[in-house]
Design a protein around this ligand. Sequence first.
Ligand code: AP5
Length: 216
Amino acid sequence: MNIILLGPPGAGKGTQAARLVERHGMHQLSTGDMLRAAVAAQTPVGIRAKAVMDAGGLVSDEIVSALIDDELAAMGETVGAIFDGYPRTAAQAGQLDVILAKHDRMLDRVIELEVDEDELVHRIVGRYSCASCGAGYHDEFHQPEVAGLCDKCGGTEFKRRKDDNEETVRTRMAEYRAKTAPILPLYEARGIVARVDGMAPIDTVTASVEAILIGA
Ligand code: AP5
């Protein structure tokens, strides 16, 4: 099964994708994570992407689609794909169709996480992750069970994303409204869009997403 998780910054795409990976052995293809890894490694792609990401803009369609193509090529053919943060423009949606056909895959579902944008700023600004294993936490909604210790790996160092400040988040949201939301009608016309209330508690959102996958 191949699905797209769609929603503005902070909607919970990464949170839900991680759960689907853990529970169903699917593979998460997060262009945001791939780009951050490229920035950290100072690859040519990372060097080009850094300033755009720090400002909350979108990296070029060709770069992100090439990342997705490479990642799909490296994946087992039978492993389900979760596209997280991709596609984000009409051009990327077209490129994804070509890439999926090339890898003999079809798109089963596009799941839109519907959310309240003002609440999202609060979610994003409070977000942090384990510096060792990347497990995600939030100052208010999801703290480690033992303060200062990662639940998953016991790490004691945590980090925050550079683009998780209010000004950049507002720019990212404007980009979502202008360039990403308009691709939904394309998938609606194919009859594969399902909507989930992304403002519900994390477990409830997961249950809704799983119900959609069972019915897909
Ligand atoms: P990317 O990394 O994709 O960021 P994003 O889309 O802005 O999404 P986020 O990761 O911020 O949010 P999320 O929906 O995953 O929420 P999360 O689960 O963490 O992209 C970053 C940048 O890279 C872009 O700005 C762009 O520059 C570039 N880029 C990436 N892809 C690109 C592409 N395709 N084309 C061009 N450029 C690209 O949840 C957020 C917080 O809320 C967490 O703390 C979580 O614990 C909490 N939370 C989640 N769900 C709930 C809930 N139901 N209730 C309460 N709290 C919740």
